[in-house]
Design a protein around this ligand. Structure first.
Ligand code: NAD
Ligand code: DAU
Length: 345
């Protein structure tokens, strides 16, 4: 089996590559990644010499480069993780989100049509469903919840999902889609909540909580997401959407306090800053379908996963310090300096 994994130098894609090479040692895995600010080749260092692994630096929007790779590798499956993934960046600059997340998806699927493929899998997100109110804990996202997006990021992901389903209906392309909740774990880029708070805590820097920090996210350990995708590409029904989540809802502020406690840092580091525009209140996945059809259940409890994650950041300081010492400084300055001065508390 040959699998092209796009976006494999990023957070979830790299964890998926490690998972697949570990679980299916006879598979050939080809990673196609543009190495944007979020892609990091050092993340893949441990598999670079594996004879069943190949890395190719290319843009999923580059039709010629994508077709060349399909001609060389004749893949059986494509799993598309490549995306601009950060909501805050999409609010600053939506354009690149439309290009990579929508046009890139169409370029990949056109190549799949041209060269033939057993499965095209789109890694989507629970954000396509919009958000849920805090005072209705009985409500969850199911696969039939209407698409109702809030940010340029989630709108671009929803656009891609609709295109994927259209390629199934119109061209008969054998597709599947997974819509997962918030992931956490090793190699998570430090612009996102959990790794940002860990890195800032370790550097005794302020911990910028948007608004009051009451927004709820449904956290899943990244390996559980990777296992879900592995199951879907092998046993999932073509043309279907599968929600992935572990019923682990947490308020942002509680996560930040938990990180402080584990690292022995004072909660006085917490600063409430200007809220995200259009900030989704609550995400909560109903994973009944993937459980009933494919037997998937999350294996890592949040209490264990968060400790494993913090310990990983403690043991791999060089990985994230290299990131936050480069261009990321400019991003941080630009994104947070105005927020802090306009903070709510
Ligand atoms: P990430 O930002 O960490 O990684 C994205 C990767 O894609 C990077 O390696 C980057 O270099 C690459 N990339 C970006 N543009 C590209 C292009 N045009 N061509 C080729 N490669 C390109 O993202 P992530 O958090 O690992 O998310 C991966 C996927 O999972 C995304 O599609 C995201 O929407 C989805 N998702 C993420 C989460 C989460 O909590 N992080 C949850 C659900 C779904
Ligand atoms: O739900 C899945 C989505 O989860 C994925 O599709 C996205 O790619 C991924 O980035 C993530 O989106 P979120 O916006 O939920 O994640 P983020 O880590 O950016 O923020 C989580 C929550 O924490 C959110 O309510 C905003 C808040 N936050 C975030 C940052 C970076 C803060 O309070 N302070 C911060 O500095």
């Amino acid at each position: 089996m040959k699998i092209i994994v796009t976006g494999g130098a990023g957070f979830i894609g790299s964890n998926f590559i490690f998972h697949m090479l570990g679980e299916h040692p006879d598979y050939r895995i080809i990673c196609l990644d543009k190495l944007t600010y979020a892609g990091n080749l050092s993340t893949l260092e441990s598999v670079m010499d594996n004879p069943n692994f190949r890395f190719v630096k290319a843009d999923i929007c580059d039709k010629a480069a994508v077709e060349k790779l399909f001609e060389e590798e004749t893949p059986d499956i494509v799993v598309n993780f490549a995306a601009e993934s950060h909501v805050d960046r999409s609010i600053e600059n939506p354009q690149i989100f439309l290009e990579t997340n929508i046009i890139g998806t169409s370029v990949l699927m056109d190549a799949c049509r041209k060269y033939g493929i057993k499965r095209y899998h789109q890694v989507s997100t629970d954000e396509v469903y919009g958000d849920l109110p805090l005072d209705r804990p009985d409500l969850f996202f199911t696969e039939t919840t209407p698409i109702h997006t809030s940010s340029p990021y989630s709108s671009s992901k929803a656009g891609a999902d609709l295109l994927v389903l259209a390629y199934y209906r119109t061209f008969g392309l054998p597709v599947t889609i997974s819509r997962c909740s918030n992931n956490y774990g090793p190699y998570h880029f430090p612009e996102k909540l959990i790794p940002l708070m860990i890195a800032n805590c370790l550097n005794d820097k302020p911990l910028p909580v948007y608004g009051e920090g009451l927004n709820v996210r449904d956290w899943l350990y990244v390996e559980d997401h990777c296992r879900a995708i592995d199951l879907i590409i092998h046993n999932g029904r073509v043309g279907e959407v599968y929600n992935v989540g572990g019923h682990n809802e947490m308020k942002n502020i509680d996560i930040v306090k938990l990180i402080c406690e584990y690292l022995g840092k004072p909660e006085s580091l917490i600063v409430h800053v200007e809220d995200r525009k259009g900030h989704d209140m609550r995400y909560a996945i109903d994973p009944t379908k993937i459980h009933n059809e494919l037997g998937w259940l999350p294996e890592t409890k949040f209490a264990d996963g968060i400790k494993k994650t913090i310990d990983w950041y403690l043991a791999n300081r060089e990985w994230w310090e290299n990131i936050i010492s480069g261009d990321y400084q400019n991003y941080y300055e630009n994104m947070y300096s105005k927020r802090v001065s306009e903070g709510t508390k």
